[in-house]
Design a protein around this ligand. Structure first.
Ligand code: SAH
Ligand code: SF4
Length: 327
């Protein structure tokens, strides 16, 4: 929604200035799927808007549900498809948003990475995923952990964050937002410089450079060393924690040597926090490790700050890394 253009359009059609406020409020309330439902506008105006604008940049293709998660496959204006997930932790309903159609980074364990990359999402396409869920739910948290690498869609990410925050937008506080990145080091510096209360998560998956390169091709471009430097800068400037995601894959990153390096890495900065993630299975992907309990025991003994994050939504393939749509 380009509200400044819409304001011009309304003025040209002799509508009073307060209309734009009214329409903006209606839009971000998530209550409406079309202009024709906005009965606080005159019938003439509703029809005028309906013929000249579309309220949403997305359409529902398919909805899947299990006990704790709902997944929506959405169709965009150009026919591209993306997925968005609503995770239901009781009082907390969290929307997992996608930032790109596919992902260019091709991590070996991730279904989205296997799709390849089509394009960045627009600001509207990001916001409309949240509004889609808001239509039937109270949304309290947002995580940028859907399809794609948010830090490679920087400008639209920043613009979307502004709207998510804005009192006249979605009005969701920064502390309730998390962004996960595969480790685009220069953008981590930019993000640090914003000095916000948005939570930062990093897909680490190995603290061994060679293993990380094998699992995540981006590690060749930005090494663990680059990553660590950027993150130390971030913690120094913001005094905020950094959350590392580490999935355990059999015979890939689950050896005692991997564990040792992981312990060293996490302990190297007292604001580093580890989330161990059991691997969610995907087609032609890696195998879950049997060493989760062993890692837990050793990490506890080494006084590492960590927790195990059990995924929800596996039965509908909506858990971390399972989002994919065929082209
Ligand atoms: N591109 C960003 C955000 C999207 S991925 C990033 O990589 O951080 C969201 C999270 O799911 C990341 O932590 C990612 O590493 C994790 N993930 C990907 N595939 C997974 C899988 N098969 N099992 C568990 N987590 C996975
Ligand atoms: Fe892209 Fe993140 Fe999946 Fe890697 S884990 S392919 S960066 S979406």
């Amino acid at each position: 929604m380009d509200f400044s253009k819409l304001a011009e359009f309304l003025a040209q059609n002799n509508e009073p200035a307060f209309r734009i406020k009214q329409i903006t409020k209606n839009y971000y309330s998530g209550r409406y799927l079309s202009f024709s439902e906005m009965t606080d506008l005159s019938l003439g105006l509703r029809q005028l808007l309906e013929t000249n604008y579309s309220l949403s940049s997305i359409k529902l293709d398919k909805l899947l549900e299990d006990k704790f998660a709902k997944k929506a496959r959405l169709i965009l204006g150009d026919g591209s498809k993306i997925e968005t997930v609503l995770m239901d932790y009781g009082d907390w309903k969290t929307v997992c948003v996608s930032s790109q159609v596919g992902c260019p980074l091709g991590c070996t364990f991730c279904a989205t990475g296997k799709m390849g990359f089509t394009r960045n999402l627009t600001v509207d396409e990001i916001i409309d995923q949240i509004l889609f869920w808001k239509h039937t739910n109270t949304v309290s948290r947002i995580v940028f952990m859907g399809m794609g690498e948010p830090f490679l869609n920087w400008d639209n990410l920043i613009a979307a964050l502004k709207t998510i925050n804005d009192k006249n937008g979605l009005y969701i506080g920064n502390r309730k937002i998390s962004i996960s990145t595969a480790g685009v080091a220069p953008r981590i510096i930019d993000f640090a410089n914003l000095n916000t209360e948005i939570n930062l998560a990093i897909s680490l998956h190995s603290a061994d450079q060679a293993t990380r390169e094998e699992m995540m091709p981006i590690a060749r471009q930005y090494s663990l060393n680059d990553l660590k430097k950027a993150l130390d800068y971030y913690t120094k400037l913001t005094h905020r924690q950094v959350f590392f995601e580490y999935l355990l894959a059999k015979d890939v990153n689950d050896s005692p040597k991997h564990l040792d390096l992981l312990i060293k890495f996490i302990r190297s900065n007292n604001l580093f926090y580890l989330n161990l993630i059991p691997l969610n299975p995907i087609k032609d992907g890696l195998t879950p490790s049997d060493n989760l309990t062993y890692f837990q025991k050793e990490l506890t003994a080494a006084h590492v700050n960590f927790s195990v994050r059990h995924s929800i939504g596996q039965s509908i393939n909506s858990a971390c890394g399972q989002l994919i749509v065929e082209k």
